[in-house]
Design a protein around this ligand. Structure first.
Ligand code: ATP
Ligand code: ZN
Length: 286
């Protein structure tokens, strides 16, 4: 029988769509019908399990799944014996401490002798210990943000992205305990064949991720400005230069990184570049 790599992803929640999208962008096709527990890819030796995110680290530790996608927050809280392979760049959020918004706050010391409600007792416990704060932790599994309002706790430690949930519950964020994003985790004892499939998958994931941060740029430049313009463009190797039908002009092609993008465009323009065209890159193999 052909060896397959088993990947666990969140069945339904904030990481589901991006996890599916990532596999799709890696060219992996499968039928993920509603309420399916697992699916087999048609064109890659991969089996996909759809699970609750909280269960994924355990399944990966046990080898029920070989790899999995979860938030770093879940990976750290569950503290299982697994390998962190890579950060994936989606599902960004922070695990923060929040208190009622009209309460004064000076420092972490304010929490000595206080009571926290959280779904992250391990991460919060370690954080308080590291900061030498003695407080009580009440573990609850959902709707943590209502705990102060109903007198269950003085403060909460919960996931935040925009902060709007905190705001509607009359809370304010006072400390960031952890910054988190989705990660790829793996079983510690993958067989050689599984490791090989994982390497192929990682190659594709990197190509997809690299392309997201990069744009393809085309522009026209007068020949006497070519040297300056080529210096502005970082590119993979050196830019491609093609003469235009109009004498004295060339077309220059290169790639630029998203975060340097605007700065580079401005420099190009002020150095005589015209007809600048920027297009997305679908995959990038280095
Ligand atoms: P499940 O039913 O699988 O247990 P869940 O309700 O525990 O789902 P979600 O709310 O879907 O989990 O969140 C999944 C992950 O998405 C979180 O663990 C976290 O890593 C990430 N995330 C990103 N932004 C946020 C946010 N604003 N609130 C909560 N989680 C977020
Ligand atoms: Zn969960």
């Amino acid at each position: 029988m052909e060896t397959k790599l088993k990947i666990a992803i969140q069945k339904s929640g904030r990481l589901s769509e991006s996890s599916l999208k990532l596999l799709k962008e890696c060219g992996i096709e499968f039928d993920n019908g509603l309420n399916k527990l697992k699916a087999e890819a048609f064109n890659f030796p991969l089996e996909v399990f759809f699970l609750r995110d909280d269960d994924i680290p355990q399944y990966v530790e046990d080898g029920v799944a070989d790899i999995g996608i979860v938030g770093e927050n879940v990976m750290l809280e569950k503290n299982k014996s697994i390998k962190l392979i890579d950060k994936l760049g989606f599902g960004k959020c922070r695990l923060s401490i929040a208190i009622p918004k009209d309460q004064k706050y000076q420092s972490l010391k304010d929490f000595n002798g206080k009571r926290f409600a959280t779904s992250y007792p391990n991460i919060l416990g370690d954080y308080l210990k590291k900061n030498k704060i003695k407080a009580e932790i009440q573990e609850i599994s959902g709707s943590v943000e209502i705990a102060p309002g109903i007198g269950l706790a003085d403060a909460i430690c919960d996931l935040v992205s925009s902060g709007s949930t905190l705001f509607t519950n009359g809370l304010k964020e006072v400390e960031v305990v952890l910054k988190s994003e989705s990660v790829l985790i793996a079983n510690k004892k993958l067989k050689k064949e599984q490791q090989e499939i994982l390497n192929k998958l990682l190659f594709r994931i990197n190509a997809v991720r690299k392309s997201k941060n990069t744009k393809y740029i085309l522009l026209n430049a007068p020949n006497n400005k070519l040297e300056t313009i080529c210096k502005i463009l970082p590119g993979m190797k050196s830019p491609t230069i093609i003469p235009l039908a109009e004498k004295g002009w060339s077309s220059v092609h290169s790639v630029v990184e998203e975060n340097q993008f605007w700065e580079i465009i401005e420099k190009l323009k002020s150095n005589g570049a015209q007809g600048i065209l920027v297009v997305p890159i679908e995959k990038m193999i280095l």
